[in-house]
Each structure stands twice: as C-alpha cells, then as structure tokens.
Design a protein around this ligand. Sequence first.
Ligand SMILES: Cc1ncc(COP(=O)(O)O)c(C=O)c1O
Length: 435
Amino acid sequence: MVDPAGMRYGMHAVLYVSANAAEDLWWCLVMKLETLAVPKGYRFSRRSFVRIASAASAVGLVHITTEVDLAYGQRRIARDIPADAVLINANENPLGPCAQACSAMADLGAKGGRYEFGLTQELVKTFAEIEGLKPEYVRAYAGSSEPLHYAVLAFTSPEKSLVMGDPAYEAPMRAASYSKARVFKVPLAKNYAHDVKAMVGADPNAGLLYICNPNNPTGTTTTREDIEYALVNKPKGSTLLIDEAYIHFSDAKPVLDLAAADKEVVVLRTFSKIYGMAGLRCGFAIARPDLLARLEPYGWNSMPVTAVVAGTASLKHKGLVLERKKINADIRNDLFSWLAADKYSFVPSESNCFMVDVKRPGKQFIEAMEAKKVYIGRVWPAWPTHVRVTVGTGPEMEVFKKAFKEAMETPALAVQGPPKGAESWRTDRPYASLS
Ligand SMILES: Cc1ncc(COP(=O)(O)O)c(C=O)c1O
C-alpha cells in the first residue's frame, strides 16, 4: 500500500507493503516520478493509484512502434544500407535541427549530468505561449509516438474500438494490439481526406477516432469543418486523436484550440518533421488536463535535455517553419511537375511525403530502387501498387528521378516477391528492430 498523502512534489512516497505485481509496478512508477521532480501542485489521488495499478498490470510491456520500425520493417536491416544511399524512406527531414537548436545543445553540454526538469517546463511554457494554451494542457514526451500509443491504450479496449483511415499511419493499429481493441479501417474519401462521415458511423462502440492531418502516407489533408463534424457526431464517450505531426508542411488548419476549449480531443505534435529532430526525440500531447492524466498510467519519463533545449530554440526561431515549409514545397512541386510531365500517377500531397503508383507490386519496385541505392518508403496493403516517397533535398530528388525512371522503364517481374534465397520481406515480423 502506498500513502497517497505522501505522493506530492518533493515528498517521499511511503511504501508499506508491496503485495503483488501491480503494486510493484506502481512503486516503480512512483519512484520514477519522484526522481523526475513532478511539477509543483501535481497530486496523485487514490483513484489515480487504482487506475495506474490496474493499467500497469493489464497492459504489461508495450513496444512503441515508431516510423523507423515501420520504415525498415519491410526491408533489410539498417546496417546493410550503403553510406552513399539516398534515404527517403522514413519521412525524416534532411535539413536536421536548425543552427539555433544545434548551438543550444552545444551550450547545454556540461549540464547534461542533471535531469534539468526546469528546461522541460520552459519548453512547455514556450509552446503554450506561442499557441495560446495553458501550460497544463501541454505535456512533453520524447517524441509523439509515446503519447500516440498511450492514447490508444487509454481510450480503447476489447469493448472500445479504434477507428482510423486507410491507408494511414500504422502505429495506432499496433498499439491497439496491446489494448486488444477492434480496429476499423475506413478507406479515405475520393479526395483522399479522411472520410469522417464513414468514420463516425463505423462503430457505435468506438473509443478513439484517429485522424492524421496531413495524413501519413498520402500527405493529404482533412478540413477543419470535417474534424469539427467528427467531434460533434462521434460515438458517445469516444475521443478524437488528431495527429498533427506534419501540419507545418501544409495549409491544413490546426485544431489546438479545440483542445484548449476542453473538447474531447487529444492533439499530437512532434519535432521530428519540420524541425528536423527525429533522432533527438521530442513531441507533445495537447489536451484537457483530465484527458492527459488518462495517458499517465502507461508511461512517463524524464525528457532528453538535448531535445528539450533544441525544441525550445526551434520554437523561438520565428521564421523557421515558413522557411522550411517553402523549401519542402518547392522541391515537392518540382517533383510533381516532373512526374506529371511523364504521366506518372501520384497523389498530390501537402506534406513531406506522397504516394506514387508504380503499376506493379510495390515491394518489387522498392527492391529495384534499393538496387540503385535509393531507399524509398513502404507499401500499404490497401494500395499494393503504390509506394510512399519522402521529399528529400533537391540533389537527392534528382537521384530519385533518374532511378525512378529507370525502374519504371524496366518491365515488372512476372513473379511477385523477392528472388529465391534473398532475405524475405519482414511483413511477418512487424516489430522488427534495427539491431
Ligand atoms: C503520423 C505520425 N505520427 C507520429 C509520428 C511520431 O513521430 P515521433 O515519435 O518521431 O515524434 C510519426 C513519425 O513518423 C508519424 O508519421
């Protein structure tokens, strides 16, 4: 048993007896939170104890599926990739962190020996001020993959399903395999937006509706009106998870204000895309504090301080988003003109990735490109002849164009799949790791 009165900032939790596994896990969580120096005023109630203990014992260990798992999951392991390869497979930003973020990390240097929780508070405060939010509506994580999984775990169950688009980012579906929720995949509408009418009607027992805006992999957007429609018409008791990982590349309307207005919405943001910090790991969940509290039982860790200072410096760099949005759009538009001129079929995107129809099994095409040292993205079962391509630098996309044309001009193989003896595709091992 744990004394709830002791679970406050700066005080030691009192551990009497650890009677079972759930309590052991709870104890670990408490000790961890204590080391993190939980913000002043933060308080655990007896109810949150029960919630955390039962969530911990029900879910167990969860693999956080990230874009890198998915990007490499259908192919060979990362160490096989030649050093001069063009990597346009994982929706990374080839520009990396901005100069101000790099110098903030360099300046941090010697302070890296401390948890420096205050720096995370500063990051949250900076973001909240820019976006007109109360800081308690914003929680920082080491990337948005974590809160994405925790939201699925918190709001879905065997009785409460997950509803998402198709094709869409697969991570929520992977998370639902832990909560044992049914997954309803709703095909995108004709204009490649989320079909919100079909989504809200997919299952009256839905627990979570996931909308990625712009969508990964299509880079297409869903209108604010459609998101508001989903909010008003979603099944009773369900929550919307709006993933704005790619929002800065597009003209899509953000919905942080819906979270600020206390709606049943959790919004995700990441520094992995426009800010070029995928390897540094930094992101946010933005929602009403009671909704954020529902994610807590599933995991909470101290932030990497390098990512935190880089994130704060990036947010404070006023022109950065527009500058990078234009760089990405110019390269993407040039590529689209080139594809259109040669009558290749693709889905126009507003993001840093797009889908192109290679008129043959996508996996076969990926291998052909890989032989030319151009690593493109994966295939979604719903669209088996399309592959996802990430927008890289101008010179990278010139290499892509040449390889793409050559591969398209090579007749498709009659036999599908890899040649005999080649390493098999890893579709059977969705959680393949890079090691
Ligand atoms: C749609 C979407 N959401 C969330 C993420 C998570 O990114 P991260 O964990 O790097 O913040 C990604 C990564 O590619 C993504 O594509």
